[in-house]
Design a protein around this ligand. Structure first.
Ligand code: C2O
Ligand code: CU
Ligand code: CU
Length: 444
């Protein structure tokens, strides 16, 4: 479902029933429908009037992940929408074309609400991007792919609970794209743009085509790269997005696959490793593509995309350090782990960092025990280094989410104010976020 909503958007968060498997109904949540929400398409320069109505029986919020807007419009945990009421932010779109998304950010309930379906895609377009002539016919050669893993019991969606779900995040043994199990996409014989969104609560994907065909990575979270990067595989952590161009001009069907669910702590990893030894290499189909029609005449990947300024480290006025803690010490002593950042679990009433509007800073981020996707609201940043070395090819471009385990240094520029409603930074494994691995900052 996609419409060019342009200047005004109406979303209703509602409870519904979804048949993921024939004859089996699950109770789910969605925006304007039973599971997920419509793709919202906005253009740089727009002032978009939004009305978000909460028709759930519980509080919710809607966060615009990746949108550069002031804190009080951001839809974080401070912008609670009570059942029966409507939130009406006006969103100024002032950033380059990019694939963003929106989702519930209700503190303590984000993981459950997103797992049940409260998420959708948000596409920003602009004239620079249009001038490049990239595939842009929505639903034809420009496809949104929201990747999620979910757990079913007898064909009905269930919500995993318990200690393992808290520590590793809610996962599932069934992969879905845009809410569809075993998806097949009919595509034209030519270049197709895939907007990949990792909308899983916790699972990482290691994507590659089954026939190992190359593809071109063209955009990171913040928008277009300087030039396309040819890849054969791409890792995508929760909250991350990537746009790629896949070439189907040979007319042969192709399957996009993922590697096994690898981002687990040591203990769980060992259990999973033993299972994989018994059950093959663990690669699974994500989506199948069936090319149709005549071969396109001009499926050329552009040579250049968008020029970027080089990151200027000399502009950084200070350095802050963040460690995403799993509470190892506690667990060793036999207690529950305590998820936190720098040893402090999230507290709605505590502002953790104060930042001056317009400043550039270096944030050094590390994660304990496993890879944690670190996300910062209200900014785009660049990766300066990873584990003390120059960043790799996949770390380039403007981002809002980045995987951290070994230290990464980020160059962050703060261009949006957040005073009464602070911005969040957190691990995008939603159960980590819900259970304390989050902090907040004001910008003024
Ligand atoms: Cu995608 Cu704080 O969120
Ligand atoms: Cu966000
Ligand atoms: Cu985490």
């Amino acid at each position: 479902d996609a419409r060019d909503q342009g200047q005004s958007i109406a979303l209703t968060a509602q409870v519904g029933k979804t048949s993921f498997f024939p004859g089996r109904e699950s109770v789910t949540l969605g925006f304007n429908g039973s599971y997920l929400g419509p793709t919202l398409r906005v253009h740089r320069g727009d002032e978009v009037e939004v009305a978000v109505r909460n028709a759930l029986g519980e509080d919710t919020t809607v966060h615009w992940h990746g949108l550069l807007i002031p804190g009080e419009l951001d839809g974080g945990p401070h912008q609670t929408i009570r059942p029966g009421s409507t939130w009406r932010p006006v969103l100024p779109i002032r950033q380059p074309a990019a694939t963003l998304w929106y989702h519930s950010h209700m503190h303590g309930r984000t993981g459950e609400q997103v797992y049940a379906g409260l998420a959708g895609l948000l596409i920003v377009s602009d004239d620079d991007e249009r001038a490049l002539g990239l595939p842009s016919e929505y639903g034809v050669d420009d496809l949104p792919l929201i990747l999620q893993d979910r757990q079913f019991e007898n064909g009905t969606l269930i919500l995993p609970q318990g200690m393992m779900s808290t520590m590793h995040g809610r996962r599932g043994d069934t992969l879905m794209v845009n809410g569809t199990v075993n998806p097949v996409a009919r595509v034209p014989r030519g270049l197709v743009r895939l907007r990949l969104v990792n909308g899983s609560n916790a699972r990482e994907y290691d994507l590659a085509f089954a026939d190992d065909r190359p593809f071109h990575w063209i955009a990171s979270e913040g928008g277009l790269l300087e030039k396309p990067v040819e890849l054969r595989s791409l890792r995508l952590a929760p909250g991350e997005r990537a746009e790629i161009l896949a070439d189907f001009s040979d007319g042969r069907p192709a399957t996009l696959e993922t590697g096994p669910d690898g981002n687990l702590s040591m203990m769980m990893g060992m259990m999973r490793g033993a299972a994989n030894l018994l059950g093959g290499n663990g690669r699974e189909a994500v989506i199948q593509f069936e090319p149709q029609g005549k071969a396109a005449l001009d499926s050329k990947v552009p040579e250049r995309l968008l020029a970027h300024e080089r990151p200027d480290v000399s502009k950084a006025v200070r350095r802050r350090r963040f460690v995403m803690n799993m509470g190892m010490g506690n667990m060793m002593r036999g207690g529950m782990g305590m998820l936190s950042i720098n040893g402090r679990a999230f507290d709605m009433g505590r502002v953790d960092e104060q930042i001056r509007l317009g400043d550039t800073e270096i944030w050094e981020v590390t994660g304990e025990m496993m890879a944690h996707p670190f996300h910062i609201h209200g900014v785009h940043f660049e990766v300066l280094s990873r584990n003390g070395a120059a960043p790799g090819i996949r770390d380039q471009g403007l981002r809002d989410t980045v995987v951290a385990q070994e230290p990464v240094e980020l160059l962050v520029k703060f261009t949006q104010t957040a005073v009464a409603s602070p911005f969040m930074y957190h691990c995008h494994i939603l159960e980590h976020e819900d259970n304390g691995m989050m902090g907040q900052f004001v910008v003024s």
